[in-house]
Design a protein around this ligand. Structure first.
Ligand SMILES: C[S@@+](CC[C@H](N)C(=O)[O-])C[C@H]1O[C@@H](n2cnc3c(N)ncnc32)[C@H](O)[C@@H]1O
Length: 226
């Protein structure tokens, strides 16, 4: 059996080295041309060059709150590459609310995730979190990958409304989206400070090279007010 790095996330040995994979929720179906591997059950290979969450896990991320049964609010779903793996991990008992504001990406997301019953596409602006209050309830995880200068504020605002006590927020920080000219380390420190001022404590951060340049994935929890 393949090694399980976290519930629902596997590491496979291959000729080219180790491969990350998730158990395919819809056996036989590919989402973006990824490899399918049979190991008693079907696994979909998860490319760290195409998914920042996969990159972070390959780089040793320890806090992985996305598990079978989790309810995830995913901001910046794009065409659904990472969303589809999150859908695999949370499985039939879980839900992924996939928020995306670009109509074209949303169309691709709807097509690619059509047979994934646990993915709820939400065409909305993550800067206006009350816009999906009727659809989204309290969640275990807020995951954000919007690549926008105000990404930290978007995470704080969404977490305040939707994140359950004890839940986690995860953010892919692309330093160049915040400030093209600044040193990435300066940007990361500034983003962390913004999150902490928004009452979110960064509990883990991993740098994503060589999979992504000048990126970090940060995991935060809401600070308890004394
Ligand atoms: C870097 S891509 C996301 C890639 C995706 N997370 C993946 O791993 O497959 C960023 C996406 O965020 C979307 N986005 C940016 N700002 C947004 C906002 N305010 N609300 C909703 N979506 C937004 C963009 O349209 C784009 O599709």
């Amino acid at each position: 059996l393949p090694k399980e790095v976290s519930e629902g996330i596997y590491l496979l040995e291959s000729d080219t080295g180790e491969l990350l994979a998730t158990r395919n929720l819809v056996p036989g179906q590919r989402v973006y041309g990824e490899r399918l591997v049979q190991e008693g059950f079907e696994l979909r290979v998860w490319d760290p060059y195409r998914s920042k969450l996969a990159a972070a896990i390959r780089k040793g991320l320890k806090t992985i709150p996305i598990k079978p049964g989790s309810v995830v609010l995913y901001l910046g779903a794009a065409a659904g590459t990472t969303v589809s793996h999150v859908s695999d991990i949370v499985g039939k008992e879980g839900v992924v609310y996939a928020v995306e504001f670009a109509a074209r990406s949303m169309r691709e997301l709807i097509t690619s995730c059509e047979s994934r019953k646990n993915v709820i596409p939400v065409l909305a602006d993550a800067r206006q979190p009350l816009g999906y209050r009727d659809i989204v309830d309290s969640v275990d995880v807020v995951y954000e990958d919007v690549a926008q200068p105000d990404q930290a504020k978007i995470l704080i605002d969404n977490s305040r409304i939707y994140l359950r006590p004890g839940g986690y927020a995860m953010i892919a920080v692309k330093s160049r989206s915040v400030d093209v000219a600044a040193e990435p380390e300066t940007v990361f420190a500034q983003e962390k400070k913004t999150l902490e001022e928004g009452n979110m404590k960064v509990v883990e951060e991993v740098e994503l090279s060589p999979f992504e340049k000048d990126h970090k994935l940060m995991v935060a929890a809401i600070q308890r007010t004394p």
